[in-house]
Design a binder for this molecule. Structure first.
Ligand code: GLU
Length: 446
């Protein structure tokens, strides 16, 4: 039995914002290593001096920390330059690589690998057996010069030196693998097991996921209020499923269940509705206090609503919670005025206060009756008591005739929670004042 300790790595190049698809690749590496009791390495491939940006590197760390993907070792590829140079010299000395004119620009020289021109076969854990004739690749470039080794060489040396056993990476790297295997063989290194993860497609299921479809920067998902576990759950399921009906997985459950053998060969689609649904399932697991903490990044505009009141907000929270899949919904509630009326009297539209099957006169009569009942009422201001107080009348004259104008007087909205929820939250004083305003408004329209 092979008892080799499993070592995986995620090797992002800090040349752009960390992509949401990169989270999936990282997570597969992470889950595989954790499941096998192995080691997970983060290697920043910062050798492209022109395109590297320190801010992008910091973003990588931020993404990993936000998602709770802890790595056991972290490296920056640039720190390995002396080792890369040493190997490069060795290849040249052995006649396995040589300096040549750069066919592309004709100005400088490059270092090329002497391609043995053979057929390569390897078993990919996702794609199965892959065979490539490397003759077409020619003597490919492995360094610009002795001080600038390029990706193929650097990645092969680092994977070897870091004892990486499994290279799990995006399928766009599949074309690079034969070159890397040739180098591995030339250097006498052990071949890692490869797994090339399929592409993520946009919602149309045809093209690769792009900015036009959805946010592609990983941290945008944090800023939009997706929980780490929900996002990992969602991404893990693009191109993989455990073959059961269970869809909602915690991070630990994913780690336990994940299997490279069940990753599909073909691309998987990215569906934002599915993400919203999953996020809701994960939000459901939060306690009230945790949910309030979760909303904290969105609280500034809420606290700036005219008349904002913390006690009322605590009563509104369950309603907000029920409607929230992510911050996208919360922002929409703020924007559409669905939170404003809890704190400040709404502007009422005389056209909207009368129920579609009701009349102006009826509306005035019913609201006046409701107001009278509320004014005479001394009992507990809770849902059950208020229903007991008002429902018999509403049922007698037609529920819509009473409950529509009541609800509209309280919220000023065609759509809002039911009038009893609003009465309870707003309390007796504000409720009565708003019903009075509703009556006056309707009278004006008469
Ligand atoms: N640095 C490469 C990239 O950002 C990945 C290298 C690899 O996984 O082999 O795409």
């Amino acid at each position: 039995m092979d008892t080799k300790q499993i070592v995986t790595r995620m090797a992002p190049s800090p040349t752009g914002r960390f992509h949401v698809g990169g989270i999936r690749t990282a997570f597969y590496n992470y889950a595989f290593a954790r499941q096998k009791g192995g080691t997970f390495i983060l290697r920043i491939e910062d050798t492209d001096k022109e395109r590297n940006d320190e801010a992008y590197e910091q973003e990588v760390y931020e993404v990993f920390s936000w998602l709770g993907m802890d790595y056991d070792e972290v490296y920056r590829q640039s720190e390995h330059l002396p080792r890369h140079q040493e190997v490069l010299r060795e290849l040249i000395e052995k006649g396995l690589a040589y300096e040549a004119e750069d066919a592309n620009d004709g100005t400088g020289k490059v270092i090329r690998f002497k391609n043995p021109n053979k057929s390569i076969t390897f078993t990919d854990q996702i794609l199965g057996e892959v065979t490539v004739d490397t003759t077409d690749l020619g003597d490919f470039v492995i360094a610009r010069n002795i001080d600038s080794p390029l990706y193929h060489l650097a990645v092969v040396i680092d994977d070897h030196d870091e004892d990486v056993t499994n290279v799990i990476r995006a399928q766009e790297h599949l074309a690079n693998t034969p070159r890397q295997i040739l180098l591995i063989e030339a250097l006498g290194f052990d071949l890692p097991t490869y797994a090339h993860v399929p592409f993520i497609l946009g919602p149309d299921g045809k093209k690769k996921l792009s900015k036009r479809d959805a946010n592609v920067a990983a941290l945008d998902y944090r800023d939009d209020g997706y929980l780490p576990e929900a996002l990992l759950n969602f991404l893990a399921f693009i191109g993989w499923n455990p073959g059961t009906d269970q869809e909602v997985f915690s991070k630990d459950e994913l780690i336990k269940t994940f299997s490279l053998d069940q990753v599909q060969k073909g691309p998987g689609g990215f569906n934002l509705d599915k993400l919203a649904w999953l996020n809701k399932q994960h939000l459901n697991k939060l306690s009230d206090e945790e949910f309030a903490n979760y909303l904290e990044p969105e609280m500034t505009p809420i606290r700036s609503l005219p008349g904002f009141d913390q006690d009322i907000w605590m009563k509104v929270l369950p309603i907000v919670r029920e409607r929230t899949h992510s911050f996208v919904d919360v922002r929409q509630m703020i924007e559409s005025g669905d939170l404003g009326y809890y704190f400040a009297d709404p502007d009422l539209d005389p056209q909207a206060i009368v129920w579609k099957k009701g009349t102006v006169e009826g509306t005035i009569t019913h609201l006046a009756k409701v107001l009278k009942m509320l004014e005479g009422y001394k009992g507990a201001w809770d849902r059950e008591s208020l229903e007991a107080l008002l429902y018999p009348y509403a049922e007698e004259v037609g529920k819509g005739n009473v409950l529509w104008p009541l609800r509209y007087s309280l919220s000023g909205k065609d759509k809002s929670p039911d009038p009893f929820s609003l009465l309870v939250i707003l309390g007796p004083e504000v409720s009565k004042r708003r019903v009075q305003q509703g009556i006056e408004l309707t009278k004006k329209a008469a």
